[in-house]
Structure formats: structure tokens, C-alpha cells
Design a protein around this ligand. Structure first.
Ligand SMILES: [Zn+2]
Length: 66
């Protein structure tokens, strides 16, 4: 896994620049989400959908085409 942070993004809490992605299901939610969080203090800086919607659409379009 590539660990280098080329963009220079920093954690708003501890100013570290290493992030990780973890699966999370928030309370009262049926959805699995991917949280992007700081590797050192675990502050969440972003949330992504578990499924890659872009890839899903691409594959659906291929099916529709054929
Ligand atoms: Zn942090």
C-alpha cells in the first residue's frame, strides 16, 4: 500500500499527514461506509461510499451496450 501523502493534506487535529481507510457502520445505519481518518489520532476527515459507484455505472453501461 502506498503511504506517501503527495498532496500535503494534514489532520485538522494533530497536523499529521498520514491517513487510512476503515470500514464503519454508523449507529442506526444499515450502510457500510469507508471512513478516511488520521492514522495517529483517528480523527475522521472524510467519508466514502462502500461501493465504488463510478465503477458500478461503468459496468452497467457495458451490460446495456451489449
Ligand atoms: Zn490526527
Amino acid at each position: 500500500m502506498i503511504r506517501t501523502n503527495y498532496s500535503g493534506s494534514k489532520c485538522p487535529k494533530c497536523q499529521q499527514s498520514a491517513f487510512e481507510m476503515v470500514e464503519e457502520t454508523p449507529n442506526n445505519s444499515n450502510f457500510i461506509l469507508h471512513f478516511i481518518r488520521c492514522t495517529s489520532c483517528k480523527t475522521t476527515v472524510g467519508v466514502l461510499e462502500y461501493f465504488n459507484i463510478g465503477d458500478l455505472v461503468k459496468r452497467l453501461m457495458k451490460k446495456v451496450d451489449s
